[in-house]
Design a protein around this ligand. Structure first.
Ligand code: ZN
Length: 203
């Protein structure tokens, strides 16, 4: 199982980090050891002083695919969840300055909490889904999948040119604006529409 994560897929988020608006999707991978499930706590790692939250819609791949055309991509997923792409922003900044890969800042243990999944039959159009993140009860990020620069089906087409997507893979689809730091003791709750799906503590 692999986790494919898309970067800079919402214009407002690219702008808030002073990044250019991408002309093609940007992606990186996380290993299975980054997964955090069942609302287990996230333990603040020793190697960073600036861990940021990024709330993202997560698509679970349900079919093996290679070179999937966008118009057929909807056949490759049935369920979505919500996740946090925790980022060690201090380490990421160093990697970016040196032009190095990002993995140490993005793909560490517990960097990818994922909620239980819900069926798209219930939710409807993948390109019109509202989601949000609250920290200690205050809304810090909210978005709608319709605001993505590259839509889910286009992302599947793009990524599957390079690597086979497999049953059980996850794809984080990018974060809207409003990212910021977490601290020990914070409680993160994330919603798709009005259903609370993630609820965990930073320890
Ligand atoms: Zn992200």
């Amino acid at each position: 199982m692999k986790i494919i994560a898309i970067g800079r897929n919402y214009i407002n988020h690219a702008k808030e980090l002073n990044n250019p608006i991408p002309k093609e999707p940007i992606f990186f991978l996380m290993p299975d050891s980054a997964l955090l499930r069942n609302n287990k706590p996230f333990f603040y790692p020793d190697f960073s002083n600036n861990i940021h939250f990024e709330v993202e819609i997560v698509v679970k791949i349900s079919r093996l695919g290679k070179n999937v055309a966008s118009k057929f991509a909807h056949r490759y997923y049935k369920e979505i969840g919500i996740g946090i792409d925790f980022t060690a922003r201090d380490l990421q900044q160093k990697c970016k300055e040196k032009g190095l890969p990002w993995e140490m800042s993005k793909s560490f243990d517990g960097a990818a909490p994922i909620s239980k999944l819900i069926s798209l039959e219930k939710l409807g159009d993948i390109n019109n889904i509202n989601f949000r993140l609250e920290i200690n009860g205050e809304i810090v990020q909210k978005g709608n999948t319709g605001e993505m620069i590259f839509k889910v089906d286009d992302l599947i087409e793009y990524v599957s040119q390079f690597m086979t997507i497999k049953i059980g893979d996850y794809m984080f689809t990018g974060t809207p604006s409003g990212v910021g730091p977490v601290k020990v003791g914070d409680r993160l709750t994330a919603y798709i529409e009005d259903e609370k799906l993630l609820d965990f503590l930073v320890k």
